[in-house]
Design a protein around this ligand. Structure first.
Ligand code: IVH
Length: 685
């Protein structure tokens, strides 16, 4: 006899039926949080697992399938406050695969269905992580915007969508359909998301967990002034109902036409032939992912010929001609095993969560910063809690949410409250509260942790750039009492260094040579290397540009300091406190005696290499921030403008550069990529 249920798919074992029921309840519960309250409790990856399990059970036991199973419909019932909009053509969802092999099978399935071995043309697009919407244009005018809702009925969000600057309210062009619907994804960029959360912090409001929730939360506001203040964007990816018009025969041509009409279409869309080229596209897009200023959770591969799409048709909730290739999740759940406290350069004590290692955003993460005690309180976090960890782009891993314990079936056992220690975990000195949220070790440079951090900072790339003097060496030298201040670096000998772990005469000689080489620096680097509170690279460069000599910076009063771009009262105060301290002045004296030097600039009379030139920065630069690049250019005498015109001398374009780059090409203006730009700066500095 065979096992019950294995030979008769209609007969469902009680345990399986029970599991399916529970899965459906959980999925419905999480759908409501995700779609209706914009406040999910579990990461998408966990949700996908629940959903996939239900699909597997239903495939194994078709008797389990109910007409209202979440696998049969698109999630997200409309909320009540908005007018409901019925989609004439349902807005479908997408099937997804997580590996290359399953994507190849998708291609094989389609070919089989079409009864042809010929390679297919695919439209490849980024799967932008936002909110699916439908826009309706009549006689060129945007008359309605709606969310997808449950796929059949969505909500009218016209008032909010009208505030999105990249969506034309009126399309002025000949030969337009009398009516047409365009569909796409509305999203918030990563930088826009940070700004929205900073604004929420300032107002003491709840932060959004991720850009998608922030976009969804914005679109469901009744007051459109809220959306108007948030930088929402949209990429269009298909059309819906159309009246009196013949669109081109392929999706890629349709998208090009939409772009010609002024509708936003992702610049990452490509047409390829055959599934091998789809794999290449997915690989390249995944590589590009960290450089994009918006979140994508995968690629979407679509049969390009609209005629073939029609013959392939759709299942209950997904078309057969499209597939989402999902990238590694940027949010995962894991457990907080412990919380430790790290002491930084200025003595600030930061709680760090030690996590049960988890693969997220393409790497294994075992630590996440918790910033400060306020953050812990805001999260309601305790040791032992299950949490959502997020690692998106190059941003350091964050704990974004605690998963309520009953949600995870009380699996974790004991939990402990997190308490700030009263003594420094490194040197045992008293911990003092500084302002509302910051706690500091009171020992200053005597605390080995602060000493190590200060030396590490001094030697770092953006400061004196001492190659080879890394964390391991600094750690040992401080522990042996051979480095007490940064000035001691300049009397280190080859013998001393050769005596350290994993060092030999050759490597020690190299480090001593690097120390010697670092002595010739710039005023900006030197100011940055001192580790004055809140004086980052850009501020240090600003100070150097403005004053030209160290003596003039040291002598500047609070008012003069505030004349420097981006220096406000607080930063000016930190600078004054630093230079009013005799020990710091003595240290500067020792460094100069030790041979550290730079060329002073008489800002009033000296000419600078880029005087009179105008630069424009666009796209993302990897090795320096926008403000640092700007400060360095300004230090060389250049002006940095926000838009490209005939007066622009040079455009520096990183990945993701858009219209400014196009304009520069059109005007035949000199364009530099990041590598050329860095070389150019080095030659001039
Ligand atoms: S096509 C009939 N294309 O992914 C196919 N969807 O999981 C309908 N999405 O609801 C969708 N980027 O919110 C399509 N380039 C893209 C997309 C995309 C993001 C979202 C959209 C959709 C969901 C399906």
């Amino acid at each position: 006899m065979s096992a019950p249920g294995s030979d008769d798919p209609e007969k469902v074992p009680a345990a399986v039926a029970q599991e399916a029921r529970q899965l459906r309840e959980q999925i419905v519960y999480h759908d409501r949080l995700y779609f209706e309250q914009d406040s999910p409790e579990i990461p998408d990856a966990d949700y996908d697992r629940l959903f996939a399990r239900l699909v597997t059970l239903e495939e194994q036991y078709p008797g389990l399938i109910t007409p209202d199973s979440p696998t049969r419909r698109v999630s997200g019932a409309p909320i009540s406050e908005f007018r409901q909009v019925r989609h004439t053509i349902p807005m479908l969802s997408l099937d997804k695969v997580f590996n290359a092999e399953d994507l190849t099978q998708f291609d094989a399935r389609i070919k089989k269905r079409l009864g042809s071995d010929a390679e297919l043309e695919y439209s490849c697009e980024p799967k932008v992580d936002g909110v699916a919407v439908s826009l309706l244009y009549r006689d060129g005018e945007l008359i309605q915007a709606a969310t997808r809702g449950d796929g059949e009925t969505g909500e009218d969000i016209t008032h909010n969508v009208r505030t999105i600057r990249s969506i034309p309210l009126l399309i002025r062009t000949d030969n337009l359909p009398s009516m047409f619907e365009v569909r796409g994804e509305i999203f918030l960029s990563r930088s826009g998301f940070l700004r929205v959360n900073e604004a929420a912090d300032r107002r003491g409001e709840k932060r959004f967990v991720n850009p998608r929730n922030a976009a969804a939360g914005t679109l469901r506001q009744l007051d459109s002034r809220i959306a108007a203040g948030r930088p929402l964007q949209m990429y269009c990816y298909s059309i819906g109902v159309v009246e009196n018009f013949r669109f081109p025969d392929t999706l890629s041509e349709v998208l090009r036409l939409l772009a010609d009409w002024g509708l936003p279409v992702s610049p990452e869309c490509r047409v390829v032939t055959g599934i091998a080229e789809c794999h290449d596209y997915c690989r390249q897009l995944l590589e590009k992912r960290p450089a994009l200023d918006y979140e994508i959770d995968g690629a979407v591969i679509k049969v390009n010929q609209l005629g073939l799409q029609e013959s392939l048709g759709a299942n209950a909730r997904t078309p057969r001609w499209a597939m989402a290739y999902k990238f590694p999740a940027e949010e995962m759940s894991t457990r907080v095993l412990d919380v430790e406290f790290q002491v930084g350069r200025t003595g600030a004590i930061t709680p760090v969560a030690r996590l049960d290692p988890v693969f997220v955003g393409g790497v294994t993460v075992s630590n996440a910063t918790l910033h400060n005690m306020d953050e812990i309180e805001r999260l309601g976090l305790r040791i032992g809690d299950r949490v959502i960890v997020r690692r998106a782009g190059d941003v350091i891993p964050q704990v974004v949410k605690v998963i309520p314990s009953d949600e995870a079936n009380n699996e974790y056992g004991e939990v402990r409250t997190i308490v700030m220690p009263t003594q420094c975990p490194v040197c045992g000195s008293v911990v003092e509260k500084d302002g509302d949220v910051v706690y500091r070790c009171s020992a200053g440079i005597i605390c080995p942790a602060q000493r190590k951090e200060a030396i590490r900072h001094f030697a770092s790339r953006a400061a004196l750039d001492i190659e080879g003097l890394g964390d391991k060496l600094i750690e040992q030298l401080v522990d042996r009492g051979e480095l007490k201040t940064v000035a001691d670096i300049f009397s280190l000998s080859v013998e001393q260094l050769a005596d350290l772990d994993r060092m030999a005469t050759k490597s020690a000689t190299n480090v001593v040579a690097a120390i010697e080489h670092s002595k010739h620096t710039t005023l900006a680097r030197f100011l940055y290397s001192l580790g004055i509170r809140e004086v980052g690279e850009a501020t240090a460069q600003g100070l150097a540009n403005f004053f030209g000599t160290l003596d003039r910076v040291i002598e500047a009063d609070l008012e003069q300091l505030q004349e420097v771009p981006d220096v406000g009262k607080v930063v000016a105060g930190h600078i004054r406190v630093f230079f009013d301290n005799e020990d710091n002045l003595a240290l500067i004296g020792q460094l100069r005696d030790g041979g550290v030097y730079w060329e002073d600039v008489d800002v009033a009379t000296d000419s600078r290499p880029l005087d009179g030139q105008t630069f424009v920065l666009t796209g993302t630069l990897e090795s320096l921030s926008r403000s640092e690049a700007k400060a360095r250019l300004e230090g060389l005498g250049a002006k940095v403008a926000g838009s490209v015109s005939r007066n622009t001398d040079c455009v520096v374009a990183g990945p993701g550069a858009g219209s400014k780059l196009a304009r520069a090409e059109e005007l035949q203006i000199k364009i530099m990529d990041e590598e050329e730009f860095l070389g150019f700066l080095d030659d001039l500095s």
